[in-house]
Structures are given as structure tokens and as C-alpha cells.
Design a protein around this ligand. Structure first.
Ligand code: KIV
Length: 282
């Protein structure tokens, strides 16, 4: 399979082929996702909730994102690699924004960054423009934007009214005109996602946005049932690795406690003559 590039992302939309994207935060999952032929890997700031145990994505720092993005880079050779700009990494000044975005490319080897927001949020649009002007590809993110969920009414479906849907469409068109190569649409009604998908020429990647987007993204730990008890209805579990992992860990504990692990085959032995020498000299 050929390496995924920004143009190939766009070509998929033109050909009507679905685009796939999954999150990764470490080497083993990055390798699996790349090997499975998924088009893009997102080092999402969901890292904070999924892997670091924070209650929201707000505490995630640039250092944490870069640390994990570097590990993911080592496992991805084909997919497009996108780093997620964490909360307040693109809101303080243009200089700071561009410096942070460039770290994803220079230090972690990402191909692009993702920036949340844009709906009437001058900050995000300015940030997107500054990053693009610096020559760094940007994936926009509209609808439910977890970093500012407090401001937009919490973790709930966005753009449910006609005026809100029109505003979202305008924001998507603005991101398209600014030069973003795609837009993540999170938790919006499928009709609104469909309207936006048909109105912009860049790919839309949905999560909780119905199946008429140009592609779909999921948090990998959700699709493997590894994210704990909260399951939004769009997060289908394609496997139950939590149960498989629990069984394995319990199996280890039991085998150690009943002395069946490690077996002789799983242990190293001294050559018999050396053991004899040691025993005699002891
Ligand atoms: O951080 C993340 O994982 C995301 C996806 C849910 C799109 O932003």
C-alpha cells in the first residue's frame, strides 16, 4: 500500500472512497493501526482521558503530546500522522501557536496538526491561519470541541437548530477557505454533517456525525472497549479487549500463586557440571 499523503486524502473524497482515522498514543497501537491500512493516525489530546487518567482533555500539555507523538511516529510508516494541538497551545499568541505547531513536525515527525474550534471563535481561526501561513497542514475540528465543552454547553450534540447548523456550515466554509486539508465533525446531527460534506471540497471526518461524512475517526480505546464505563452511542466496540486482558492478568496471578508459572521450559538452567561445581564449593 502506498504512503498516505495530503493529496491522497483529497483524492479519496473525489473518488467517493471512505477515509479512516484512529487515535494512537504509543508504539504498539500505532504499529497495529498502520499495519491494518488505516489512512490516518491521530495523536489526539484524548490521550489525557484515555491513557493519562485526567478527567478532561484540558490538563494535557505540549510536552505530553510531543512525548507520545514521538512514540507513535516510530510505529507509523504508511498512514498520515496528525498531532492534536492541546488546550491553550494555540490561544496565547501567534508566535507561541506557530512554535507549538512546528514542534509536532520538527520534534515528533507529524505530517500535520489538528486544531479545535472555529465557530465564531476568532482565536481558533487566527491560530489556524497562522499555522497554515507557516506552511504546516491543518485539520480543523468543529461541532463538539471537548477543550471548550464548558463554553459550548457540555458534552452534547451540537448544531441541532437551523441557526446553529448554518453557523457550523459557515465555520466549515471558513476553514476550507483558510486552507485546511480536512475537518473533523464531532457530535453533530447526520443531516448537518451531510450538508457540510456536500458543501465543502475538503474531506469531512465524522465522529458521532452519521455515516455520510467522507470518513470516520474513533478513539482506538473505545473501539477495543478499553476506555472504561462511559460509552457514547457512536463509539462501537469492535472487540472487547478489556475482558481478554483481564482474563490474561488473572491467569498470570493464578499461575504464579499455584506455582505453575514459570515452567521449566520458561526458565534458564546452568549446565549440570557448573551447577555441580557451584554446589560443591558452596
Ligand atoms: O482527541 C481526540 O481523540 C479527538 C478525536 C475524538 C477526533 O479529537
Amino acid at each position: 500500500m502506498d504512503k498516505v499523503t495530503l493529496p491522497s486524502f483529497q483524492e479519496k473524497k473525489k473518488r467517493g472512497e471512505k477515509i479512516t482515522m484512529l487515535t494512537a498514543y504509543d508504539l504498539p497501537f500505532a504499529r497495529l493501526i498502520d499495519e491494518a491500512g488505516v489512512d490516518a493516525v491521530l495523536v489526539g489530546d484524548s490521550l489525557g482521558m484515555v491513557a493519562l487518567g485526567y478527567p478532561t482533555t484540558v490538563p494535557v500539555t505540549m510536552e505530553e503530546m510531543i512525548h507520545h507523538a514521538k512514540a507513535v511516529r516510530r510505529g507509523v510508516s504508511r498512514a498520515l500522522l496528525v498531532g492534536d494541538m492541546p488546550f491553550m497551545s494555540f490561544n496565547l499568541s501567534v508566535k507561541e501557536t506557530v512554535r507549538n505547531a512546528s514542534r509536532f513536525l520538527k520534534e515528533a515527525g507529524c505530517d500535520a496538526v489538528k486544531v479545535e474550534g472555529g465557530q465564531g471563535s476568532l482565536d481558533s481561526l487566527e491560530a489556524v491561519q497562522a499555522i497554515l501561513d507557516a506552511g504546516i497542514p491543518v485539520l480543523g475540528h468543529l461541532g463538539l470541541t471537548p477543550q471548550t465543552a464548558g463554553k459550548t454547553g457540555g458534552f452534547r450534540v451540537q448544531a441541532k437548530t437551523a441557526p446553529a447548523a448554518r453557523k457550523l456550515l459557515a465555520a466549515a466554509e471558513e476553514l476550507e477557505s483558510s486552507g485546511c486539508f480536512g475537518i473533523v465533525l464531532e457530535c453533530v446531527p447526520s443531516q448537518v454533517a451531510d450538508l457540510i460534506t456536500r458543501s465543502v471540497s475538503i474531506p469531512t471526518i465524522g465522529i458521532g456525525a452519521g455515516n455520510r461524512c467522507d470518513g470516520q475517526v474513533l478513539v482506538t480505546h473505545d473501539l477495543l472497549n478499553l476506555s472504561g464505563p462511559f460509552h457514547p452511542k457512536f463509539a462501537r466496540a469492535f472487540a472487547r479487549l478489556d475482558a481478554a486482558a483481564l482474563k490474561a492478568v488473572k491467569g498470570f496471578r493464578k499461575a504464579v500463586e499455584e506455582r505453575s508459572f514459570p515452567s521449566r521450559e520458561e526458565s534458564y538452567e546452568m549446565p549440570p557440571d557448573e551447577w555441580e561445581r557451584l554446589r560443591r564449593s558452596a
